[in-house]
Design a protein around this ligand. Structure first.
Ligand code: COA
Ligand code: AMP
Length: 631
């Protein structure tokens, strides 16, 4: 089978193509209606199929005789623990925890927020929610109470599942006080919080609302799988948009299972029983798709690593794990390898380990910069594959489809559109751009299975954010170009979203936080280049007239505000006081221009600018402060 024939078939005969892929999974009732239109006018996959994602990922494998195979390898250098859990044992725990949730009244369609570190119980909780046909919403453990509160408020969960703590390098992060603070802030209150106590941080559960995980499990009776329709939601995952309110990306059950199962074969070329390691976090989409659902749907062993690429204990950590468990495919963000390269430039730590079983290294989350690509290829000798995707799609839009045909890589490109994704580069009027010229990257509708059908509780936001700019297309928010061979090059976001160490963050949200400071009249937050993290945010701040404050004190206060509202992962460490911000005559800050200046790019002065001198003023300020990226 060639990539071209597979790709063309998926575009020409999408229904036949995806029906065939769906038939590889154990549905309770195979779908007959492959593509149909929902009440919002969106095209949806597998509406009349009956299924349960947790059944497909666990029960079915046990029924097929895979019960003794390891489902999860848990390796936690931060807590000094290693554990292997078989499919049979995982199924038992999931059914029991589903019983715990059911006893708390959780039913099909109810939401459960999961705020947990990288421990097996996080996966147990997710799969247990899926087993009941309920909807989980996992919140990354690095988010502060304000962010958690926004998600609780929007998802309205009956139950929140959390732990007493997460563990970072040399520090214990207590979750319970953050959870309590988030519930305090939210006008919506969950009925119950189930808390997993870890020995690193014992907790006193004093509130009537709280339940101890272990005690509840000891008393529980297992619950069965609840059948759901292919179009019923499996989860909501919040991601940063351009405003302070995160967007709840909805994932349905049927399309998700079909897409992930297909991706495990066609992109990652994984066979049942092999070890897959996504070095991410369950709080991100990579974690949802490739720590939890993808590997388990495909009957693989998934690796859950609670540690960092460096400092746990050193820059050899990734190589140690790959050797110890015979990892076949490693998936990580480029920033992780930049961190390893920084601490061990000659990769001397790699010499201690045998990574012979490793077949390929996949990267995503941000652009794979050519120096990092070259370094990893040179030192590992393995194929290094950049692939491009988003929380919204749930799986790769462009990749090297190694399970179909190994395509020759081109540095800087995430290779070719994955079968099912009709990727186009459009100009401002929605017309296709010639090869080699940059434009907005859009995907022709219908999106393939697995992609979001809506934003939780706000379909209008989905339409306005993704569908309105280019009728008939989904607008990705990324810009880039295709070359004459159809290879796609992603050049960066076209909106106010930035990527810090592979974490997607909204500059708009940070601006709202800075603007709340008593001394700040106006501000703009932009992402600037960072050697390790790809981008870091910087605030350009205009003071209110007559306010006197030391710049260093203002910076300290602003840094503390972002840390306490979003969390330390925002890596907001710098604010520069400016005299003017470049604006249009109608008063809009020219953010794109600021981004271009900070990136050291050529820029055209728009005719709508109010005060052209403000541009050169900002540019020289950024240069004198060392903010502008060296070209
Ligand atoms: N819970 C609580 N705090 C967290 C956290 C979590 N899950 N994750 C990160 N933080 C904190 C860190 O402790 C740090 O706090 P500090 O400012 O008090 O020191 C801060 O957030 C910034 O963390 P991070 O961005 O991770 O920086 P780092 O310098 O500690 O590590 C890397 C740098 C590159 C090693 C790290 O960012 C990394 O491993 N990145 C890979 C990211 C990834 O996998 N992304 C998923 C996309 S696929
Ligand atoms: P997230 O939704 O957190 O997965 O972030 C998605 C965004 O990360 C995309 O819209 C891109 O801007 C960026 N991104 C992810 N993967 C890549 C990649 N391989 N190359 C370039 N940008 C990427």
């Amino acid at each position: 089978m060639s990539y071209q024939s597979e790709y063309q078939r998926a575009i020409r005969e999408p229904e036949a193509f995806w029906q065939e892929k769906a038939a590889e999974l154990p549905w309770f009732r195979q779908p007959q209606t492959i593509l149909s239109t929902d009440a919002n006018g969106m095209q949806r996959w597998f509406a009349d199929g009956q299924m349960n994602t947790a059944y497909m990922a666990l029960d079915w494998h046990v029924e097929q005789g895979r019960g003794e195979q390891t489902a999860i390898i848990y390796d936690s250098p931060v807590s000094n623990q290693k554990k292997q859990i078989s499919y049979a044992s995982l199924l038992k725990q999931v059914a029991l925890f589903a019983g715990v949730l059911k006893a708390q009244g959780v039913e099909k369609g109810d939401r459960v927020v999961i705020y947990m570190p990288m421990v097996p119980e996080a996966l147990v909780a997710m799969l247990a929610v899926a087993r009941l046909g309920a909807i989980h919403s996992v919140v990354f453990g690095g988010f502060a109470p304000h962010e958690l509160a926004l998600r609780i408020e929007d998802a309205e969960p009956k139950v929140v599942v959390s732990a007493s703590c997460g563990i970072e390098v040399n520090k214990v992060i207590e979750y319970k006080p953050m959870l309590d603070a988030a519930i305090e802030r939210s006008s919506y209150k969950p009925l119950r919080c189930i808390i997993l106590e870890r020995e690193q941080a014992p907790v006193q559960l004093s509130s009537e609302r709280d339940l101890d995980w272990h005690e509840a499990m000891a008393k529980a009776t297992p619950a069965d799988c609840v059948p759901v329709a292919g179009t019923d939601p499996l989860y909501i995952l919040y991601t940063s948009g351009t405003t302070g309110k995160p967007k709840g990306v909805v994932r349905d059950n049927g399309g998700h299972a079909v897409a992930l199962n297909y991706s495990m074969q066609s992109i990652y070329n994984m066979q049942p029983g092999e070890v897959f390691w996504a070095a991410s976090d369950v709080g991100w989409v990579v974690g949802h798709s490739y720590i939890v659902y993808g590997p388990l749907l495909a009957g693989c062993t998934t690796l859950l690593y609670e540690g960092k690429p460096v400092r746990t204990p050193d820059a050899g950590a990734f190589w140690r794990v790959v050797q110890e468990y015979g990892v076949k495919v490693l998936f990580a963000a480029p920033t992780a390898f930049r961190a390893i390269k920084k601490e061990d430039p000659e990769a001397t730590k790699l010499e201690r380990y045998n990574i012979g079983k490793l077949r390929a290294i996949f990267m995503a989350g941000e652009r794979l910069d050519p120096p990092t690509y070259d370094w990893v290829v040179k030192h590992t000798g393995k194929p290094v594959i950049d692939h491009w995707w988003q929380t919204e799609t749930g799986w790769a839009i462009c990749a090297n489809p190694t399970g179909i045909e190994d395509m020759p890589p081109k540095p800087g490109s995430s290779t070719l559109p994955v079968p099912g994704f009709d990727v186009q580069v459009l100009d401002g009027n929605g017309q296709p751009m010639p090869d080699g010229q940059q434009g907005a990257i859009a995907i022709k509708l219908p999106l393939p299975p697995g992609c979001l059908p809506t934003i939780w509780g706000n379909h209008e936001r989905f339409q306005a954010g993704y569908l309105r700019d280019y009728p008939g297309y989904y607008c990705s928010g990324d810009g880039g170009y295709k070359d004459k061979d159809g290879y796609v090059f992603i050049m960066g976001r076209t909106d106010d979203v930035i990527n810090v160490a592979g974490h997607r963050l909204s500059t708009g949200e940070m601006e709202e936080i800075l603007a709340a400071h008593a001394a700040v009249a106006e501000c703009s937050v932009i992402g600037i280049h960072d050697e390790l993290k790809g981008q870091v945010p910087i605030g350009l701040v205009l003071l209110k007239d007559g306010v006197e404050i030391e710049e260093s004190r203002l910076q300290e206060e602003l840094v503390a505000m972002v840390r306490s509202e979003i969390g330390p992962i925002a890596c907001f460490q710098r604010a520069v006081v400016v005299q003017r911000l470049p604006k249009t005559r109608s008063g809009k800050i020219l953010r794109k221009l600021l981004r271009q200046i900070a990136d050291g790019q050529e820029y055209a002065v728009p005719s709508t600018i109010d005060d052209p001198a403000s541009l050169s003023e900002i540019e020289s300020l950024m240069q004198s402060q060392g903010v502008v990226k060296a070209s």
